[in-house]
Design a protein around this ligand. Structure first.
Ligand code: NAP
Length: 326
């Protein structure tokens, strides 16, 4: 059986698989495999090890007649045509849980860095513009006892809330359903999205990318936020209307934004958001610590091996292929 790896991952993870499987691995770590090349390799593939940057669409699924497992090294799977995969009975695996704490760390890092203008401060020194201590030089927003509003209080959202507790923050959240355990453990208060936007000093977006969440934060939502609010998005770029975000930041309707994800990735250095002083932008590195990435890759391989052995994947997205209904 053949497994296609769309990125180069550490040899120690792939080498043991060579005894059992025919392995194709794209030989670049930080460069995507061209779609046409992927189509070609998938013609006789039984499984694909993929990631957020690949487009696993209907055409690719249709042109992969032997495909049994799609395994993404991510928790989000919005780059995969789930309908096409499920219709064919192809198991789709992902890696929830193992990346929760790393992504919560990065989200909170962005929150601190954005509120206290850390990157701007560094730039002042680099440009040799630091002339003296100034009473209001690079003043930011308070964190201690501030109100954080988390939209998408799932695994990572709750991880961020645990960190916020350390800063004595008031925690608001919004989901489609309430999370009684988060309310009990973290003192988080459930509220409507409108109430959350109006009351929060920090608005953190951690809902998945779905048709329902597309552009869920747009002009109307930025209008509701405080002028001093900091907006953080570490979920998916498609959840935010980027043009509306640009306007809100430029017109100082909100204080600043910290972003790890964008509508179209990668962005280049001529992206309009990068012309603004009050933005910190990162190249989708939410889960990027070595330990976490190794765990994600290991879990994604485990999903493939289970799927190819005819077993239920450790973390399956489309459970309905096993007749469990959705
Ligand atoms: P999760 O445990 O499934 O949490 C997602 C939460 O979003 C759930 O509590 C869900 O609650 C809520 N939600 C879903 N639809 C919603 C809607 N329409 N409005 C409001 N809330 C909604 O997932 P997770 O592991 O925390 O990951 C969250 C997302 O983070 C992933 O989907 C992924 O896109 C992103 N992520 C990014 C990075 C990165 O590198 N930046 C890394 C990992 C994950 P209800 O179902 O009750 O609404």
């Amino acid at each position: 059986m053949k497994i296609v790896f769309t990125r180069k991952i550490p040899t120690e993870l792939v080498e043991p698989l060579k005894e059992k499987y025919d392995i194709f691995m794209w030989d670049r770590e930080n460069e995507p495999m061209p779609y046409e090349r992927l189509l070609q390799e998938m013609k006789d593939a039984d499984a694909v090890f993929t990631n957020v940057a690949d487009r696993i669409d209907k055409q690719l699924i249709e042109q992969s007649p032997s495909l049994k497992v799609i395994s993404t090294m991510a928790v989000g799977y919005d780059n995969i045509d789930m309908e096409a995969a499920t219709a064919r009975g192809i198991a789709v695996g992902h890696t929830p849980g193992v990346l929760t704490e790393a992504t919560a760390d990065l989200t909170f890092t962005l929150l601190v860095a954005t509120s206290r203008r850390i990157v701007e401060g560094m730039d002042v020194i680099r440009r040799n513009e630091w002339q003296s201590w100034g009473p209001f030089l690079l003043t930011g927003q308070s964190l201690y006892k501030a109100t954080i509003g988390i939209i998408g209080m799932g695994r990572i959202g709750q991880g961020v809330a645990r960190r916020a507790k350390g800063f004595d923050m008031n925690i608001l959240y919004h989901n489609r359903s309430r999370k009684p355990e988060a309310e009990a453990e973290l003192g988080a208060v459930y509220c409507s999205i409108e109430e959350l936007l109006r009351q929060s000093d920090y608005v953190v977006l951690l809902a998945p990318s779905t048709p329902e969440t597309k552009n869920m934060i747009s002009h109307e939502q930025f209008e509701m936020m405080k002028k001093t609010a900091v907006f953080i998005n570490t979920s998916r770029g498609t959840n935010v209307d980027e043009e509306a975000l640009y306007q809100a930041l430029k017109e100082e309707k909100i204080f600043a934004a910290g972003l790890d994800v964008f509508e179209t990735e990668p962005i280049s250095n001529d992206h309009p958001l990068l012309t603004l002083h009050n933005v910190i932008a990162l190249p989708h590195i939410g889960s990027a610590n070595v330990e976490t990435r190794m765990k994600m890759a290991t879990l994604a391989i485990e999903n493939i091996e289970k799927g190819l052995a005819g077993e239920r994947l450790t973390h399956i997205v489309n459970d309905e292929i096993y007749g469990n209904g959705k």
